[in-house]
Each structure stands twice: as C-alpha cells, then as structure tokens.
Write a protein that binds this ligand. Structure first.
Ligand code: AVJ
Length: 322
C-alpha cells in the first residue's frame, strides 16, 4: 500500500504486467487467432478510445452519459445512503460524477483500474470535487482477481460496472463474472451496470466503422503495441480493420485481417497468416432488455431498477441479490 502526498490511498495489487506477451502468443497459437480486448488499452489505445467516445457515430458513451445525467438523482436514491462505491474499470470519472453529487453521505469511492496513471487522475479529480470523500484507488485486473471486494462487509456496497464492458465477455463468461460479483455482495449490496442494447444493424455498423477511421486505428494499435513491447516485426499496413454485426451471436465482432500471405515473428515464434485470415480482437455483445434480465437471473441477480434513453439504445441496470 502506497500513501501519496494527496489524501488518497493507492493499493497496487500488481496486475501481471507480462500477461500481454503471454496472451498474444497464446492467442496467435489458436486455430482462429484471437486476442483479449483488455490489451487494447495502452497509452495510445486509451487515448484512441477516448477519441472514439467523441465520434458522432459512436452513440455508446454519449447515450450512457445522457442516461446517467438525466437520471442521476433517481439512480442516487436507488443506491441509498452511506454507499461504498466501487467502480470497475473507472476510466473516465465523468460517468460516476453524474451520480455522486446526488448520493446521500457516500462513505467511500474506490476506482479499480489496470492503469495506475488513470487511477491517479481519477483520484485527484474526485478529491478536487469531494474533499471529504474517502478515496482508494485500486490497481488491479478485475478479470483475474476480486479480492479487493472483500472489504466493506455489511455495508452498502455498490459495484459500478459502466461503459458496457460486460459486452466484451462471451455470454457464458458474462454470467460467470456477474455471478462472482454477486457472490461478493451482502444482502444490501448492489451492482450498477451499463449495457448496450440491440438496435438497428446500420447504427451498430457505423459505430464500429467510423468515417474518420479512429476505430480502425484503435484496432490496429494493438499490433503497434506488440512492436513496442515485444520482439516483433509486424507491418500493421498489411492488416485491415474489419468490424461487423453478427445477428446470430448478437454482437459486433472486430477483427484484423491480413491483406496478404505473410509470416510474422513474435519473440522466438513465427506465425503464418494466409491472405484474408483474421485475428479476432473484440466482441461487443448487444442485449435486448429481456435478454439482459435473463442473464442477471442466470447470475442469481434480480433487476431492481432500470433506466434507459428515449430510443432504448442503452440500459443502466441496478442488480440486487434476490
Ligand atoms: C469499451 C468495450 C464498451 O465495445 O463498444 C469501441 C470498445 N471497441 N469501439 C465497445 C470499443 C470499438 C467498447 N467498450
């Protein structure tokens, strides 16, 4: 535990920094090459994602913000008094900041993020606005440990999982992850989760194939990250961004497609790509309202409240144990 000169605490659970390399090698060894989406977010990737959230085509962040803004007071009331707010993948502080001002005597705020610099930024922003709030930044990969949720037993623990990150999980993994979160909740605990909803396919398509090519750059950046952090010789110009909506799986899939037959060397390995072969880099699942309610049920959670926008493009759900 590291005390800073500012009145907040940072806990470093030392997320395994080397997992990027191992995940890349393991992912390239698969019959259908694939990478975990969490590795998009190096410094460049995080700033490209930030640029995506501002694109006219990318309705996701904007719509969630609109809901949090419009229903901030209602959401705060549903969360209740003296809440301990734990935010998974806190990224930008803007989201939770739509709710925080309306909470009655919040007890603490704990942003959880894999990036220590992002945590410092968040903690400083929070304390600037709420100097009396107890703030603890937790540097951890929440997909590999939830140990930090053991604190605050018997308190109003509210786990915030915003931004539709749940969409990155495979359906089965999503249920398992929600169930493991549920297992950490006391009777009065709850989960506030942002979920991207099903909508017109053209809207989805444009959101992941923007005119400026920022999403393409975000996708291709993972190859640049390999060149920076590994012994690699990838020519990212020989790959193209490919994103499409799969009706069957109810998800956007992002791939990087090889423009030609080529060999790529990574550390001591050499990988063959045939022309047109892809690396599956991300899934972004979209749910109907009833599908998400069913997923919550499957994870032993009930939907206690639900907020959406006028077009029902995005949903913010409050989940509780039955
Ligand atoms: C941050 C996972 C919600 O799936 O829409 C944006 C990431 N990928 N454009 C999403 C993303 C391509 C985003 N999430």
């Amino acid at each position: 535990m590291k005390k800073t000169n500012l009145p907040y605490t940072l806990v470093d659970l030392q997320p395994d920094v080397s997992s990027f390399k191992e995940d890349v090698i393991a992912g390239f060894e698969k019959t259908h090459k694939a990478l975990p989406a969490k590795h998009f977010y190096d410094k460049t990737g995080s700033s490209l994602f930030n640029a995506i959230t501002k694109l006219p085509e990318y309705y996701v962040s904007r719509t969630e913000m609109e809901i949090l803004h419009d229903f901030g007071p209602d959401i705060a009331e549903a969360i209740g008094v003296r809440a301990h707010i734990i935010e998974l993948g806190s990224g930008s502080f803007d989201k939770i900041n739509q709710v925080l001002p309306f909470l009655e005597s919040p007890a603490s705020y704990r942003p959880v993020d894999i990036s220590i610099s992002a945590l410092q930024d968040t903690a400083e922003q929070v304390l600037e606005r709420y100097p009396d709030l107890e703030v603890t930044g937790i540097c951890a990969d929440y997909t590999s440990t939830l140990d930090f949720l053991q604190q605050d037993k018997g308190n109003n623990k509210t786990i915030c999982f915003l931004g539709s990150t749940i969409g990155n999980f495979q359906k089965k993994e999503a249920a398992a992850f929600l169930q493991s979160l549920a297992g950490e909740l006391d009777d009065d605990g709850q989960i506030l989760i942002g979920v991207d909803l099903k909508k017109d396919t053209a809207v989805l398509h444009h959101a992941y194939n923007d005119a400026k090519g920022i999403t393409a750059a975000f996708n291709l950046n993972i190859l640049e990250r390999m060149n920076k952090e590994m012994k690699a010789d990838i020519d990212s110009a020989e790959f193209t961004h490919h994103a499409f909506y799969s009706e069957e799986n109810g998800r956007i899939e992002m791939h990087l497609q090889s423009s030609k037959e080529q060999l790529v060397s990574l550390e001591e390995h050499t990988f063959h790509f045939s022309k047109g072969e892809t690396i599956h880099t991300e899934n972004s699942h979209k749910f109907s309202i009833s599908e998400f309610i069913a997923l919550a049920k499957q994870s032993h959670l009930n939907v206690d409240a639900f907020w959406t926008d006028e077009k029902e493009w995005f949903g913010v759900f409050l989940l509780k144990r039955p």
